[in-house]
Design a binder for this molecule. Structure first.
Ligand code: APR
Length: 245
């Protein structure tokens, strides 16, 4: 398996994950041809600053549903393999667009969360943090003690990405010699620039995605297959060679 060979030879592997990483946990992604969330809803009506202001009740219901789904489901084999590879020194860190906390739950430590964290809420006025469970019935807390509106601690369309996550992502990118994209349509900027920058600074670019992406032409290897299968095979091959695990 070519990917396993490249993993064995690489010294600085960085993972870039998207919503496709968590479909095998049962979470829906956004743009899969068959069941992506944005196939039948305009993201600007639900996941934007405008939606939060003008469509607040549906905005709150949407994120209550997403939090319930996240809490009900759990990390899959792919998340666990990546955490094992980080512990073994194979993976240096994960740049993720995902807001569910499955990489953390699986044990990965070095994570740049470009689009924030659905596990926490924050008050728009005073910045106070709350646990995501507070959004759910019976509490359904959306008003802070200070009177401000409590929202999910994620990046909405129309908002800047968190500086700290961008800095960590750039640090990881600098040294990457193998940049492995897992489950992203690579259609949302600026996140989708990271694979381009990795390639430009000399990393091997590998894209594992069920469907073609706009960056496939520049990739050194594209695998239009399931992430769980690909990571499972690579993990098995590495274990057999015993050189890296
Ligand atoms: N294995 C491999 N690929 C998969 C799997 C799987 N098990 N499941 C889904 N995919 C692929 C889909 O074919 C799709 O192309 O993962 C990709 C997921 O793409 P998107 O749904 O667009 O998710 P993502 O790229 O992370 O979206 C970026 O858009 O709405 C915003 O903020 C949101 O972070 C998100 C951003």
């Amino acid at each position: 398996m070519v990917l396993a060979e490249w993993i064995r030879e690489a010294e600085n592997i960085v993972i870039f994950s998207g919503a496709g990483m968590s479909t095998e946990s049962g979470l829906r992604d956004f743009r899969s041809f068959d069941r992506g969330m944005w196939n039948d809803r305009d993201p600007m009506e639900l996941a934007s600053t405008t939606a939060m202001e003008k469509n607040r009740d549906e905005f709150i219901r949407f994120y209550q549903w997403r939090i319930q789904e996240m809490l009900k489901l759990q990390p899959n084999q792919g998340h666990r393999i990546l955490a094992k590879w980080e512990a073994a020194g194979i993976v240096k860190g994960i740049i993720t667009q995902n807001v569910e906390n499955y990489h953390e739950q699986a044990g990965t430590k070095n994570i740049a969360k470009l689009h924030g964290d659905l596990g926490t809420l924050r008050c728009m006025a005073c910045g106070r943090r709350y646990a995501c469970e507070d959004y759910l019935p019976p509490l359904s807390r959306t008003a802070c003690a200070c009177g401000g509106f409590i929202r999910p601690n994620i990046v909405l369309f129309g908002e800047m990405l968190p500086q700290e996550a961008l800095e960590l992502a750039e640090q990881l990118l600098q040294k990457a010699d193998l940049f492995l994209v897992l489950g992203s349509s690579l259609t949302v900027s600026p996140a989708n620039q990271f694979p381009v920058l990795a390639k430009q600074q000399g990393a091997h670019l590998v894209i594992v995605n069920r469907e073609p992406t706009p960056l496939d032409p520049m990739a050194d290897l594209t695998l239009h297959r399931s992430i769980g299968e690909v990571l499972g095979e690579a993990d098995g091959s590495l274990a057999n060679s015993k050189s890296r695990l």
